[in-house]
Design a protein around this ligand. Sequence first.
Ligand code: ZN
Length: 274
Amino acid sequence: MNSTLVTFPGGLTSGRSTIVEAVPAGERHGLVVSETPFHPLDHTWPDQPADRGTIGGLPVVDCLTGARSETGEIFLGPDIPARRGAEGWDWLVVHVTETPLPVGTEVALDVDAAFRAALCAGHTGCHLAALALNAALADRWRKEARPDSLGHPDFDQAAITSSRITPHGSVDVYRLGKSLRKKGFSAEDLDPGKLARQVNDQLAAWVAADAPVRVEVPGPALTARRTWHCSLPEGEASIPCGGTHVSRTGELAGLVVELSLDDATLTMRTGRAG
Ligand SMILES: [Zn+2]
C-alpha cells in the first residue's frame, strides 16, 4: 500500500519522480507518480482547484484525487466511496493527460507557478475572511457555540455549505436556516453592507500586520492532517486545511469582501479591491 507523497504543502512547484501507475480517466490517462508538487482537487471538500502544469512535458489537463482499495481497484474524484484519508485506502494524486506515458518512466513535474500563487492568495484570504466574519458576527450568538482558534463562535464552520477558491479570491456560501437558529444564532436585521465594512476593517488591519502564515505538515502523504497557521496580533489562528498558502498576510494588499443576503443564504465574495 502506497499513498502519493506531496511537496505542495511546503510551497514547491516542481520536482522529478517516476510513474508508478497509469489508470484510465474517461477517454484520458491518469498518471500517478511516487512524489508530486501538484495539488489535486479534493473529493470530500473541493475548495481549492487543481494545479495546472506539465508532467513529462505533457499538459496536465486536470488533477484529481484517486483512492486505491485493498483489492487494488482505483476510484477517481467524485466516484471515491470513502471520505478523505479513510483507513484501508491508498490516496493518490492523479495527473490527467491526453497522451499516455508508460509506468516506470522518470518524469519532470512542473506546476504553473503563477496560477498556484494566485490560488495561494485566494486560499489565505478565504481563511482570514472567515475569521473576520466570525469576529463580526460574535454578538449574534445567544447560546454557547464552538469557538474558532481566536475564541469567537465559529459561524464559518457552523453555517458553511460550500467554499470555492479562485485566483486571488474565494466564494463562501452560508446557510442561515432553522438549524443555525436552533444552535443559537440570530440573523435578525442582518445588514450585509454594514457587516462587510466590519469584516473589511479587520482584514485591512491583518494585512497591515504582515503576519506570518505557515502550513503545519505532520507527514508527507496526500491526506496527512495538515493545519494552516497565522500568527495574528490577536493570537495564533489555526484551521485544518489541505491547500496551499502565501507566507505573509502582507502579500494580500487590497483584500476585501462583498456580502449578499438572499433568502436565508449569505454569500461572501473575497477578492482584491479595484
Ligand atoms: Zn483551507
